[in-house]
Design a protein. Structure first.
Length: 657
């Protein structure tokens, strides 16, 4: 007999439970919480659908802003580390390290009597909002329209496209405020502020971020497919605004032919406004008003253009029917449609049976088929001939499971993929170090003058930083190829799983990807060397050796970058690589000698790979080749070999079972 469980009647001494008790039991969910009904009847929502729609129409902007802020929590740790780490490394490296080379005399007069730390800190605060705007208003906007399509769910509610656009702007503005507040507190701790109004920089930096960000948002909303436009925007719009807008030196240090970039740049207006608020920089009242009005005008006009594009893209007009509504149209009565479907379904088996019979007859008349090694395979009468089994070649040897000797196939696929994409994005990768060389070599060079070279002889500041920027260019090209490209193929396109399902081994894939990174590094190095020669910064024939030197640097960074990327799970994890690269870029004696640091800090920096790359390039640029140069070369040989072994073993562990 099946086991029976106690019922409500048993709990009341065998009598049937009252109707109120049954209603209470039905209205109480497990754990004692109220369910769908109570003793007085079913629960009612606090307001009806009409009121809910009215609330959404009234508060849609804030609802979507809340959604955007909640989505930022997924990479909140990266945001916090970036908000604290970026001002720290910039103020330590440029505000204190570079400041040791710019002090007193004519340099102090050029800066208007302020210290270099006071001069640079407000501009760095404004630039942090600029850089954040270039990210938050580009890829997330494209994701909302095309990749994740996060704009279309709110569009199906009473939320209007204007509220979606304004909600995105509001969420990023709140991030600007929080990020700028943290930056300002760190500035204050460094002693870089000297005015009771300095806290207003938080709002001036936010306004500067919106002035450029709203137009980036409008541009991102206007494009249908991302084919490298954002990379070109970063290299040819955002980076020049950052470097040629008096961020690191007064705008008057540039030739008049380049000063116009600062005049139209929101970064320059936000930086100048921040300097007025931070330490009371001498600035006419009318010019301060121009800074404010210019930023407000850019922010407002960009927001209006973005709202118009959002409204057009999302297909919504107040008082008009929704063009995206699904409307089903059928010809004739429903019964005739169903009958036609039934007729097609009944005729399909007969057609497939006749096709199979014809195929069997053809196979029967075919007679014999060639088998493996030329042997004939005779088909059974009435059946198709069995195709021959392909010959399988089994690799043997020490690396039989890792290497097939077919790196060419990986490279061929990479070049075909590059051909189908925007070549301009690939070729323009060398633009960033060239812009740094033009901006800092001219602007800072006029303030610093000369620095001692590898042999102790003084050299111009442009000649001092040019080899270092070439090393940075090789690193950036290799890291981009071996991290972002590899991550996409590894986690999203599943390219490596497909490759390793063929004869290719993990070592083939690793070498192919690394050689592609070397190709990018070679293009960047050769292009940058030509720019150096045109600027008169090449003084020795050994400078030609900087190209193979850059390839060695790229090999080392690409191998290690690919191995590290194999551990990354999401795109947000990739930001940690950028967080590591920024301080290495600023502290590895790229812009000033290592001797400005204490001895303990110098030892730490000398262990970083970029420092070895910078020193090796400087030796080759001026023709000073010593045992120290050989030590730098050996460092990258070991780094490349270890990274290659590590990356190939990681691929084997991930995909070969």
């Amino acid at each position: 007999m099946a086991e029976t469980f106690p019922t409500t009647a048993a709990s009341s001494g065998g009598r049937p439970a009252s109707s109120s008790a049954r209603q209470d039991a039905a209205g109480t969910a497990p754990g004692g919480t109220a369910g769908a009904s109570t003793a007085s009847g079913p629960l009612q929502p606090p307001f009806g659908p009409a009121e809910s729609a009215r609330r959404v129409r009234r508060r849609g902007l804030w609802y979507f802003a809340e959604h955007q802020l909640r989505s930022m929590r997924r990479y909140g740790s990266v945001l916090v580390v970036n908000a604290v780490g970026e001002p720290l490394v910039y103020l330590l490296a440029m505000g204190l390290g570079l400041a040791t080379l710019i002090s007193g005399g004519a340099s102090a007069e050029v800066l208007g009597g302020a210290t270099y730390l006071q001069f640079i800190a407000p501009a760095l605060l404004a630039s942090s909002a600029l850089m954040t705007a270039s990210v938050e208003f580009s890829y997330p906007v494209m994701g909302g329209f095309k990749w994740q399509r996060t704009y279309y769910a709110p569009q199906a509610t009473p939320v209007s496209p204007a509220q979606i656009a304004a909600g995105h702007l509001t969420a990023v503005s709140l991030r600007f405020l929080a990020q700028s507040a943290v930056f300002y507190l760190i500035m204050t701790a460094f002693g870089a502020t000297d005015s009771p109004w300095s806290w207003l920089q938080v709002f001036s930096a936010t306004l500067g971020g919106l002035a450029i960000g709203s137009w980036i948002m409008a541009f991102a909303a206007s494009i249908r497919d991302e084919k490298g436009q954002f990379a070109l925007l970063q290299r040819f719009v955002v980076m020049p605004l950052f470097l040629f807008s008096a961020t690191f030196y007064p705008l008057t240090q540039l030739p008049l032919s380049l000063q116009w970039i600062g005049w139209i740049s929101p970064q320059w207006h936000a930086a100048q406004l921040g300097r007025v608020l931070s330490y009371g920089m001498d600035n006419p009242a009318w010019l301060t008003a121009v800074h404010v009005l210019y930023l407000m005008g850019l922010a407002a006009s960009g927001a209006l253009v973005a709202v118009a594009i959002y409204t057009r893209r999302l297909g919504w007009r107040s008082g008009r029917p929704d063009p995206d509504a699904v409307v089903t149209r059928t010809k004739g009565p429903r019964g005739s449609v169903l009958s036609r479907r039934a007729e097609r379904a009944s005729s399909a088996p007969a057609a497939s049976a006749s096709s199979a019979a014809e195929a069997a007859g053809e196979a029967t008349t075919a007679g014999e088929a060639a088998g493996p090694g030329g042997a004939a395979v005779v088909g059974t009468p009435g059946t198709a001939a069995v195709p021959p089994m392909p010959e399988i070649t089994v690799r043997t040897g020490a690396l039989s499971g890792m290497y097939s000797g077919n790196i060419r196939a990986v490279l061929e696929r990479a070049f075909l993929s590059l051909k189908s994409n925007n070549w301009a994005v690939f070729v323009s990768g060398f633009a960033e170090p060239v812009l740094y060389l033009l901006s800092l070599g001219i602007g800072l060079g006029s303030l610093i003058g000369e620095l001692p070279g590898p042999d102790g002889q003084p050299i111009p500041y442009g000649m001092y930083i040019a080899p270092a920027l070439l090393a940075v260019s090789a690193m950036n090209g290799a890291v981009y190829d071996s991290t972002w490209n590899v991550f996409f193929k590894l986690r999203y396109a599943k390219t490596y799983q497909t490759m390793l399902a063929t004869r290719l081994g993990p070592l083939d894939v690793a070498l192919g990807e690394i050689f592609m990174a070397l190709f990018r590094g070679a293009v960047y190095a050769a292009s940058f060397l030509i720019v150096m020669a045109l600027m008169g910064l090449v003084t020795s024939w050994t400078a030609l050796l900087m190209v193979p030197g850059a390839l060695l640097v790229a090999f080392g960074f690409a191998a290690v970058g690919m191995a590290v990327t194999s551990y990354m799970k999401t795109f947000q994890h990739m930001d940690w690589i950028m967080i590591v690269m920024l301080p290495m870029f600023l502290f590895s004696a790229t812009f000033f000698p290592l001797q400005v640091y204490p001895t303990g800090v110098q030892w730490f920096i000398q262990a970083l790979p970029l420092w070895h790359a910078v020193e090796m390039m400087r030796h080759l640029a001026v023709g000073v080749v010593t045992w120290a140069t050989a030590g730098h070369i050996l460092y990258f040989v070991v780094m490349a070999a270890a990274g290659l072994v590590f990356a190939s073993r990681r691929l084997a562990r991930l995909f070969l079972r």
